[in-house]
Ligand binder design. Sequence first.
Ligand SMILES: Nc1ncnc2c1ncn2[C@@H]1O[C@H](COP(=O)(O)OP(=O)(O)OP(=O)(O)O)[C@@H](O)[C@H]1O
Length: 296
Amino acid sequence: MSARDGVGGMGTLGRRPRFENSEFTVRIYPGSLAEGTIYCPISARKTTTAAEAIERVIERLQLDRTRCYVLAEVKEFGGEEWILNPSDCPVQRMMLWPRVALEHRPLSGGEDYRFLLRQKNLDGSIHYGGSLQMWLQVTEERRRMVERGLLPQPEAQGDHADLCCLPELNERSLLDNLRSRFRQEKIYTYVGSILIVINPFKFLPIYNPKYVKMYDNHTLGDLEPHIYAVADVAYHAMLQKERNQCIVISGESGSGKTQSTNFLIHHLTALSQKGFASGVEQIILGAGPVLEVSET
Ligand SMILES: Nc1ncnc2c1ncn2[C@@H]1O[C@H](COP(=O)(O)OP(=O)(O)OP(=O)(O)O)[C@@H](O)[C@H]1O
């Protein structure tokens, strides 16, 4: 983003009242919606809405007007995408970004602040473009080939996604299996329908919308163990049986219970809203600290 009315560089962004009438350049990345275009710069004011910004991108890139588009904000590479409401103002979101991001300088630790243009499907879900569709297809195809014996079982790599499948069950084989998986950044392992999580204490790019979609409506154990799979099973069991479901999270202090709860809630709200942005997730997460205080 850059101010274009001579107000100054990024260093003056803190003085907000002066920017009421300023024009900013917002970069919007269309991805596969406009092959060959890395980003589309558009002019916007503090009060320009996402709907108006999208309209300008459609105009500039001559996109198909019969489709419905949304803006998504990302803050880290491969991370979660926050869908903006049509009335949200992208410039106001950008004012919360760190200065280096506004100056388009490289960020550290996987951070990557930008706006993506996404297509919304008729059912309200977000269309993630050909690459994801293809990736899901390949994953599904590989699973079928493994089932038919045309490809080796993943266990051939030396670890078991479910400890119940260990050929020899003792403390050593169990810990070796968990260690071997953890070294491959596979922090989740099943024991039947129980999920073991080993806290990685670092960001892993396995909680983005691609994963939400991948684990949607799958039987537990079909795919690589994941907290989203547990949330998904509970969600669909609730719909089918029309009964409350309960997920018990236990572990010692600092093991990642709060973080896991956040991932569960994220997946559940994503499933129930199918890509619609809403404050429900934030409201539920906001209740967490209050509940924790009343527990202690
Ligand atoms: N899945 C994860 N991926 C990355 N980091 C994680 C994950 N789970 C936990 N962490 C890291 O571990 C830290 C501690 O996790 P968390 O606060 O969830 O633990 P807790 O079990 O709720 O602790 P307490 O019982 O003391 O409240 C987090 O701040 C985060 O940095």
